[in-house]
Design a binder for this molecule. Structure first.
Ligand code: SAH
Length: 376
């Protein structure tokens, strides 16, 4: 049996250069040609890479592949938002969301199957943590969306169908999968990859302080932080990682990040929960934390999901909250909810493949037969 083929998707440029040199005796420019085919042109089939020598293509096919996740379903929102469910195994999936706007197209990608952070208002938290995504699975989401968006613009009413921004705001905590997320982001930034400027790639975290410090040294992307509360007592409840890394420590890491990266500002996400964190006193406390700092507040109206105990703040409460922040000299904007009709909005991603055939099969068979059939 031949050895497993190496998936080239997401391989950083230096590693790809080393791979073509060591395994195929090829010069580094072959790696650069490959990257252009894979990312710019969205081609996965070596045979179609016509400016590579036929022999080289054949040899490549023996030792390598470009393997992307499988799309299970696609949903389109009335507002043009598109959501893809990608299969990770028989029952689990991840979701990727494309949000077109007149001046940009944002792709929201996942970094883990499930999430371990256990934020009380997030739907992904309900399913617990399953596993980290590989570099290829993270980059694969962009590759697939790029391919789907390049297709005929049938039924697409808003936006150009181009990815101008990538946000790690889908399922999972990206900094808990640091090892795979950083190489993937480097492909997004690489001019032979997706060639995005560092301001157009945003990593959002619930507040893993040591990894924020590490990121400050190693990768130059925009930072968003899920704050959601202006004091530790409340944040301990909403974002449990706060018990380990309280607000003062988190904010110190954020200011250091901006200083180190020569960045503009950190975006703080703040979900608006009726009667929980949306009072005038909360806004004033928040303003104290942010005033004079390189910070922007992004207020997110809570998106409900089945079984949640929270309600969305009223429009009046959200506007009042924003105005108090603005009056204190803190920039605050309200995030418009997109894709709510297809459960594609913030915090609604669940990623259930729900393969009923397998479930039925598993139910009928006894445990040993299930194991033999490869059904967990
Ligand atoms: N784990 C990372 C990435 C998720 S980003 C993080 O916490 O930042 C998704 C954003 O949507 C986060 O700010 C998250 O707190 C927010 N969010 C989660 N559930 C939500 C919900 N039900 N309604 C609105 N926003 C939500």
């Amino acid at each position: 049996m031949c050895a497993e083929r190496v998936n080239l998707l997401g391989l950083p440029r230096v590693q790809l250069e080393a791979f073509v040199a060591d395994r195929l005796g090829a010069k580094p420019f072959r790696a650069r040609q490959l990257m252009k085919w894979i990312y710019r042109r969205g081609v996965a089939d070596f045979a179609a890479m016509t400016d590579l020598a036929r022999d080289f293509r054949a040899a490549l096919g023996e030792v390598a592949e470009v393997a992307v996740p499988e799309i299970v379903t696609e949903q389109r929102s009335a507002d043009g938002t598109r959501k893809w469910l990608l299969r990770m195994d028989r029952v689990q999936g991840i979701e990727t969301v494309y949000i077109p706007e007149p001046d940009r197209g944002t792709l929201c990608i996942s970094s883990q199957v499930g999430c371990a952070m256990d934020c009380s208002f997030c739907s992904t938290a309900q399913q617990g943590f399953n596993r980290n995504l590989s570099v290829a699975e993270i980059v694969g989401q962009v590759w697939l969306a790029h391919r789907e968006l390049a297709g005929p613009a049938d039924g697409e009413r808003v936006g150009s169908g181009r990815i101008t921004n990538i946000v790690l705001m889908g399922m999972g905590e990206p900094l808990a999968n640091y090892r795979n997320v950083v190489p993937a982001m480097n492909v997004f930034l690489d001019d032979l990859g997706y060639d995005l400027s560092r301001r157009r790639v945003t990593l959002s975290t619930s507040g893993l302080v040591p990894q924020i410090h590490k990121l400050a040294e190693e990768c130059n992307v925009a930072l968003a932080v899920s704050l959601h509360a202006p004091n530790d007592a409340l944040r301990d409840e909403l974002v449990p990682i706060n018990r380990k890394h309280p607000i003062a420590e988190l904010l110190a890491a954020c200011w250091h990040y901006i200083e180190r990266q020569n960045g503009r500002s950190v975006t703080f996400e703040y979900v608006m929960l009726d009667g929980i964190n949306d009072g005038a006193e909360h806004a004033r406390q928040l303003a104290q934390l942010m005033r004079g700092r390189p910070a922007k507040l992004n207020l997110i109206p809570f998106n409900p999901f089945p079984g949640t105990r929270y309600r969305r703040s009223s429009d009046t409460a959200i506007l009042r909250f924003r105005d108090i922040l603005n009056d204190h000299g803190v920039i605050a904007t309200i995030r418009r909810t997109r894709g709510g009709d297809i459960d594609a909005a913030c915090g609604q991603l669940a990623g259930r493949v729900d393969d009923r055939t397998v479930v039925r099969l598993g139910d009928r068979l006894g445990a040993p037969a299930r194991a033999a059939a490869g059904v967990a």
